[in-house]
Structures are given as structure tokens and as C-alpha cells.
Design a protein around this ligand. Structure first.
Ligand code: BDR
Ligand code: CA
Length: 318
């Protein structure tokens, strides 16, 4: 069983990720930390606690983290995730409160207390993770790997070239990518491809089991993949939950170790992840122009059917 911690901005698809992590028998979800992103951080905390309750999870500690990126103001994605960050599904308020400690303190405590090295799964802007790595660098000794949803080899979503989580806090992403721990980048290139067909979504929505029904309602809120037919309009992407699939079943993902850099300069490329796919080093490396950075395992392909099946099979387990 893999000990995992999710750092999220719940968020419709973060909620799908939490449901999977709670129900997968191969994962031990030890804590959840919250950060501003899809909505403000207090909304994220509320949504996270509600989802864990509807999933029937035990009292997993949940902590409030950064309310804004390192340098810039927060820019919530309400047009994608609704005014409450959860698709305005009218979900109940949570009955329990978050942990008394902040996210960075909880992350440090849970990582160092784990009997086995922890896999961190950030599915949100990387502010909490950057603060953790800078404040408590000793945590890396008990981190197995960081599998983060963010970035893109190709096209972006927040801008033509930048993915939302990296765009929201590019400096934090740059700190993560410079860390001396194994990192997997689950970027938009695979993220957008893992879509649950409408027939399956309708079946989940009709379920009497609250967690499975919630998954169905959340999926039907997700934008359909381009090219889906009208009768498949309830089809929905797994989104962030794909990053959890990548931890539960790494064989479903094809990755390659590659140099990745975040564009930090102001202007149209800010927040872009520049992935070096060249077969040979270029002039700048030959002339010693680029500092050597740790390589990142970048996801280039995904077995869509395998991850959709994994999701459905797991979430329907009461
Ligand atoms: C990412 O941005 C958020 O809106 C989603 O929850 C996901 O983590 C996709 O770019
Ligand atoms: Ca997210």
C-alpha cells in the first residue's frame, strides 16, 4: 500500500481525485492539504471536507494552506468550476473542521511520520509544495516521488501555452521542478485524454451509493472532449484523478525523463513549461549556457481505457 498525500484546490476534478484515493485499496491517503486555485482557499477547504465525508472516508486530516501564489494575486477559475468551485451542485456543508495546523506544517509532520516514503500528489497550483520544500527541505528524505498535475508539452489552457496550475504560480512550479526528488509531470497532454463515456457517467449518477453518485454528478459537469457526439454529451474527463491513477497504476502511463523549465518572464509565455524533446543537446548547452537541472519524468502517453476502467471499478466500491 502506497502512502499518499494530495495537495489540491477542490475543484470538480480534484474531488474526483480524492474519491479515487480514498477508495483505492493500494493507496493510503494520509492527509489532504488545500491551496488557492480553482476557488479561494476557504472554499477549497470546505469542498475538500465535504467530498471526504460524502466518500465515507475516515477523518483524514485536512489543512488550509496558501491563500495566494508566491508573487501574484489569486485568480480563481470560477468559469470552469462554478461559483463554489464545485460545479454549483448544491453539496452539503461539511460537519467537521480542518486541522488546527497550516498545510506546510501538516505536510512536514505527515511526511516525516510515515513509516514508508510518501508519494505527494499535487493537483493544484504548487504554492504549498514550494513553501514546504523551502521551509523544511529535510522532508525530501521521506518523499518517494512527487506526481503532479500541471504543465503541458503542447497546448495550454489558461493561456495558449500555459496550463492553469503552473500559470497560477509559476515561481512555485519552478521551485518544485528544481527539487532533488523524483518527479512525474502529468500534464495536459495526457490529462485531457482520459474521458469517461456518457453511458458510464449516467450509470454512476443513478447510483444509490453517495460517493459513486457524486463521481457521476462531477463527471457530468466536466467539459466533454472535443469531437464527442451529442448523445455522449455527459461524457466527462477524469482530470486530476488521472494523476492518482498514475500512482495507483504507473504502468498505464508512458513517461520519458526530460529537462523541463518554467517560463517566468512577464509576457505571453509566462507559466509555460518548456519540455526539451530534442534528441541531442543544442547550441546553448554546448556553450554551457543552460544550468543542468534534474530530469522530470514527463507523461507522453496514457492508456485511456485502462485508467477509465480503474476509476469506475474503484469508485463503485462502497
Ligand atoms: C488543472 O486546473 C484546474 O482547474 C484543474 O483542477 C486541474 O488541476 C487543469 O489545468
Ligand atoms: Ca486541481
Amino acid at each position: 500500500v502506497v502512502p499518499v498525500i494530495i495537495d489540491c484546490d477542490t475543484g470538480v476534478d480534484d474531488a474526483l481525485a480524492l474519491l479515487l484515493a480514498v477508495r483505492h485499496p493500494g493507496l493510503d491517503l494520509r492527509a489532504v492539504t488545500c491551496v488557492a486555485g480553482n476557488t479561494d482557499v476557504d472554499g477549497v477547504v470546505r469542498n475538500t471536507l465535504t467530498v471526504l465525508e460524502l466518500a465515507g472516508a475516515p477523518a483524514i486530516p485536512v489543512a488550509r494552506g496558501a491563500e495566494r501564489p508566491l508573487l501574484e494575486p489569486a485568480r480563481p477559475a470560477r468559469h470552469v468550476h462554478g461559483s463554489d468551485g464545485m460545479g454549483d451542485l448544491g453539496l452539503p456543508a461539511p460537519t467537521r473542521a480542518p486541522a488546527a495546523v497550516d498545510a506546510v506544517t501538516l505536510l512536514r509532520r505527515e511526511i516525516l511520520a510515515s513509516p514508508r516514503p510518501v508519494t505527494l500528489i499535487p493537483t493544484a497550483p504548487l504554492t504549498n509544495i514550494a513553501l514546504l520544500l523551502r521551509t523544511h527541505p529535510e522532508v525530501t528524505r521521506n518523499i518517494e516521488r512527487i506526481v503532479f498535475m500541471g504543465g503541458a508539452v503542447g497546448v495550454g489552457n489558461a493561456t495558449p501555452v500555459a496550463e492553469f496550475n503552473v500559470w497560477h504560480d509559476p515561481e512555485a512550479a519552478a521551485i518544485l521542478l528544481g527539487a532533488d526528488v523524483p518527479i512525474t509531470m502529468y500534464g495536459l497532454d495526457v490529462f485531457t485524454r482520459v474521458v469517461v463515456p456518457g453511458t458510464e457517467v449516467r450509470r454512476l449518477r443513478a447510483s444509490a451509493e453517495p460517493g459513486a453518485k457524486l463521481a457521476g454528478d462531477l463527471l457530468s459537469h466536466r467539459p466533454s472532449a472535443p469531437g464527442t457526439t451529442p448523445d455522449d454529451e455527459e461524457a466527462g474527463g477524469l482530470g486530476d484523478a488521472g494523476a492518482v491513477c498514475a500512482v495507483a497504476d504507473p504502468a498505464g502511463l508512458t513517461t520519458r525523463p526530460l529537462p523541463v523549465e518554467v517560463s517566468l518572464a512577464p509576457g505571453p509565455a509566462r507559466g509555460q513549461t518548456i519540455v526539451d524533446l530534442r534528441p541531442r543537446p543544442g547550441e546553448s548547452e554546448i556553450h554551457g549556457g543552460t544550468r543542468a537541472r534534474p530530469l522530470v519524468d514527463v507523461a507522453l502517453d496514457v492508456d485511456v481505457t485502462r485508467y477509465v476502467d480503474l476509476y469506475l471499478k474503484t469508485v463503485e466500491r462502497p
